[in-house]
Design a protein around this ligand. Structure first.
Ligand SMILES: NC(=O)c1ccc[n+]([C@@H]2O[C@H](COP(=O)([O-])OP(=O)(O)OC[C@H]3O[C@@H](n4cnc5c(N)ncnc54)[C@H](O)[C@@H]3O)[C@@H](O)[C@H]2O)c1
Length: 246
């Protein structure tokens, strides 16, 4: 088991990539905190993990709320005695072409995808610094690196979390904390399922592998980066995109 007895918080753990990451972490022996805004989804994931014989607890949290995030971190440490891994996975979209994007769309996405990562990262870093170890992983996207039509707000946040990962890697490395980002390509989840079939086919065609990705492709990257196998890896961005941007 690659994450045996590690304690991990996965934000946005209620569905999609986050759900699969919670399940993969539990399969690898981690004690998992399924953190999400959606209570019903949280319970389903916790139940699935328990039925596998794994250890998990659900925590309802909005990553943009500093008070709730501090509470989540404190409850995790009270329950499990430490915090080894934070996956900053929660993220949203609110697309629109630049000239049509409203300030509301901009603020909404910046708030969750950027401020939420800052709030969770900062709260986790305080505990991890005291412990002298920890891993923080930020969910970026190929859209953050290469841009995407209609996603000014989303692209800005996904480039921003790379900047945070690199900055935190420098600041927190001396305290034994590794920080990396993962940049998924197009992954079949509830977030992408609403995209037109035509766009999905186009994305498939762009990959030399001629396929879209699946949540386990990203979850497996998180498992590697969270594990001690990656003990010399920090401040990097791992693209998991089927070579779509080659
Ligand atoms: N699916 C893709 O193709 C893809 C590609 C690149 C990057 N990503 C990134 O991966 C992450 C997960 O994507 P997904 O496709 O699984 O998304 P998803 O929409 O399927 O799931 C996101 C989860 O985050 C939760 N969430 C949203 N706002 C929250 C908040 N304020 N506080 C707590 N939880 C909140 C939602 O309830 C949901 O359970 C996101 O950061 C996304 O930007 C996804």
């Amino acid at each position: 088991m690659r994450l045996k007895d590690k304690v991990a918080i996965v934000t946005g753990g209620g569905r999609g990539i986050g759900e699969t990451t919670c399940i993969r972490f539990a399969e690898e022996g981690a004690k998992v905190v399924v953190a999400d805004m959606n209570e019903a989804d949280i319970q389903i994931v916790v139940e699935k993990i328990k039925q596998m014989g794994g250890e998990a607890v659900g925590m309802k949290v909005d990553v943009t709320d500093g008070v709730l995030v501090e509470k989540m971190i404190a409850e995790t440490v009270t329950k499990y005695g430490k915090l080894d891994i934070l996956v900053n996975n929660a993220g949203i979209t609110a697309d629109g072409k630049l000239v049509k994007m409203t300030e509301e769309q901009w603020d909404k996405v910046i708030n969750v995808n950027l401020k939420g990562v800052f709030i969770c990262g900062q709260a986790a870093a305080k505990v991890m610094s005291e412990q002298g170890y920890g891993v923080i992983l930020n969910a970026s996207s190929i859209v953050g690196i290469y841009g995407n039509f209609g996603q000014t707000n989303y692209a800005a946040t996904k480039w921003g979390v790379i900047g945070m990962a690199k900055t935190w890697a420098k600041e927190l490395g001396p305290k034994g904390i590794r920080v990396n980002a993962v940049a998924p390509g197009f992954i079949m989840t509830p977030m992408t399922e609403k995209m037109p079939e035509k766009v999905l086919d186009m994305m498939k065609d762009k990959s030399p592998l001629k396929t879209l990705g699946y949540p386990e492709d990203i979850a497996n990257a998180y498992v590697y980066l969270a594990s001690d196998e990656a003990k010399f890896v920090t401040g990097t961005v791992l693209s998991v995109d089927g070579g779509v941007v080659l």
